[in-house]
Design a protein around this ligand. Structure first.
Ligand code: MTE
Ligand code: MO
Length: 507
């Protein structure tokens, strides 16, 4: 008699059963709930975000960006599949023993109960746990029941065939379930910004302004233009995947200390007087040499007009989003604030806040609340999402110079280029030192964009006579203030200090 292959025996067989069942829980949850908080992985990763120390979370988000989330999702997915599957399996076996006469019924019942409890506690919703738990239980039940052998190994060919078939069936089910989840989760991305009916030349205007910005960009190989493309624009998001909001089912409510509480639909916002504005965003967590900075041409309407219309009367507003992210912002910061629904030539993409985000001039990126759905007018200052996690930085942005590209020109000269940003103060000058800060020269600047609160590009070229340079760059803002040389890391007030680049050159 031949040996029973190991997959049909004890541990491996149990592991396969556990995993098939657990993946069914996760897959079903994904198919039903896409990227909402009812999806077990999203729920678990949000809990992890809240439990981990804020500085750890922030540095993960800011250093690994989207990649860290993809990895986190994978790890959470595998872990959750393992745990829910194991709970289901243990529940099933215990149930079988409890109800001796009808073992499968007992097994299914107890498995369902324990998996349901686990998932319900994870997603914090009794209802959203029902179907995923049932799927996991059916998975466990099928694998166990279809391979009837109670002994530790499946020794007859029939049993093995049944086992393999059941696993294959569950596998196929999970491929479909995950596909459904992905389709659900990727709705409404980057449709063209369709022309608002009130202003038929809006998209022409956007195109003209983008063309004008491209003309002003310095010609340095490998350097980002004066305006980022929507795809290259950085994202910082507390969620593993951006929330899915559909404009038709969405409205912005203005509540709190107002004469009349108001709700504005997406269409109503788009009918309002259109504002197009270039604005740079920089994350408070961006290190001096980081890349969490970008500029776009935003399309939207005035935030303050909306508040006036509702008869707002308070010192602050709390901007609240569908992902529970929020920021309290003083009324005094809102004079040029926008509600944006367009980014460059597109409708605001989902990862940047579709349908509508706030844009607050001269402040750190964190105040620019995405997926905005409520503006509450209040009379005292509340804090914000990152303040609750130890960060500061409600003041204006810190001045920064970025190195973006280094090239060797055909005549042998070295060319450096990059961007500099100092909020609405603007950039007056970028100074470059090739000897670690002993002597300084002035870099060439791009013409400023037509709106304040934008960065400028700089470039600097020289004929090298040494094989290594310690390049330092610093900026002077529009008020004539030179950037501080004191270096600090982003936590908790935002990074400061001059930028440094160690450059080696072949002569
Ligand atoms: N609702 C919501 N708004 C948000 C965030 C978020 O996670 N959720 N991140 C904030 C942070 S920390 C930054 S730096 C900016 C980044 O905007 P971007 O992703 O469009 O670049 O959005 C801000 N608005
Ligand atoms: Mo940020």
């Amino acid at each position: 008699m031949s040996e029973t292959p190991s997959v049909f025996q004890g541990r491996s067989r149990r592991a396969l059963t556990v995993f098939a069942s657990g993946v069914s829980v996760v897959g079903t949850s994904f198919a039903l709930y896409g990227t909402t908080r009812e999806f077990v992985i999203i729920a678990a990763s949000r809990t992890a975000l809240d439990v981990l120390p804020s500085s750890v979370v922030a540095s993960i988000i800011w250093n690994f960006g989207d990649l860290s989330f993809s990895l986190a999702l994978l790890v959470f997915g595998i872990a959750l599949a393992g745990v829910t599957g194991a709970v289901s399996y243990a529940g099933f076996r215990a149930g079988e023993r409890l109800v001796g006469e009808a073992p499968n019924v007992g097994g299914m019942a107890l498995s369902l109960a324990v998996v349901w409890a686990l998932v319900a506690a994870t997603v914090w919703s009794p209802l959203a746990a029902v179907v995923p738990a049932a799927a996991g239980t059916i998975g466990t039940g099928l694998v166990i029941a279809r391979s009837t052998d109670d002994a530790d190994q499946l020794s007859t060919p029939d049993d093995r065939r049944a086992f393999v078939k059941t696993l294959a069936g569950l596998g196929a089910y999970n491929v479909v379930a995950h596909a459904v989840g992905f389709v659900q989760g990727s709705g409404s991305r980057t449709d063209e910004l369709s022309t608002p009916p009130s202003e038929s030349e809006a998209s022409d205007l956007v195109q003209q302004r983008l063309d004008a910005a491209a003309d002003r960009s310095l010609n340095v190989d490998g350097m980002v233009g004066l305006v980022d493309t929507t795809d290259s624009f950085f994202t910082v998001d507390i969620n593993p995947r951006p929330p899915t909001v559909e404009a038709e089912n969405w409205a912005l409510s203005v509540t709190g200390n107002v004469e009349t509480e108001r709700e504005f639909t997406y269409e109503e916002l788009r009918q309002r007087e259109t504002v197009h504005r270039f604005k740079t965003l920089r994350c408070l967590g961006d290190p001096v040499d980081g890349e969490q900075i970008g500029t776009a041409l935003w399309t939207g309407c005035s935030l303050l007009d909306l508040l006036d219309e509702a008869g707002a009367n308070g010192s602050h507003v709390v901007l609240r989003a569908t992902d529970d992210y929020y920021y309290s912002v003083p009324m005094s910061m809102l004079s040029e604030a926008m509600l944006a629904y367009g980014m460059n030539e597109q409708q605001l993409p989902r990862e940047h806040g579709y349908p509508v985000r706030a844009l607050i001039p001269n402040r750190w990126g964190k105040l620019n609340v995405k997926w905005l759905d409520e503006i509450e007018v209040v009379d005292q200052s509340e804090s914000g999402y990152w303040e609750e996690r130890g960060w500061n930085g409600m003041g204006t942005v810190n001045t920064v110079v970025k190195f973006g590209a280094s090239n060797r020109l055909s005549d042998g000269r070295v060319q450096l280029g990059g961007h500099a940003y100092a909020g609405t103060d603007g950039i007056q000058e970028v100074r470059v030192s090739l000897d670690g800060g002993e002597t300084w020269d002035t870099a060439t600047l791009s013409d400023p964009l037509p709106d304040p609160d934008t960065w400028r590009q700089w470039k600097y070229e020289w004929q090298p006579d040494s094989t290594s340079y310690t390049v330092v760059a610093k900026a002077v803002d529009g008020t004539g203030t030179e950037q501080t040389r004191v270096r600090s890391s982003p936590f908790p007030d935002g990074a400061t200090g001059w930028s440094r680049l160690d450059l080696s050159v072949q002569l």
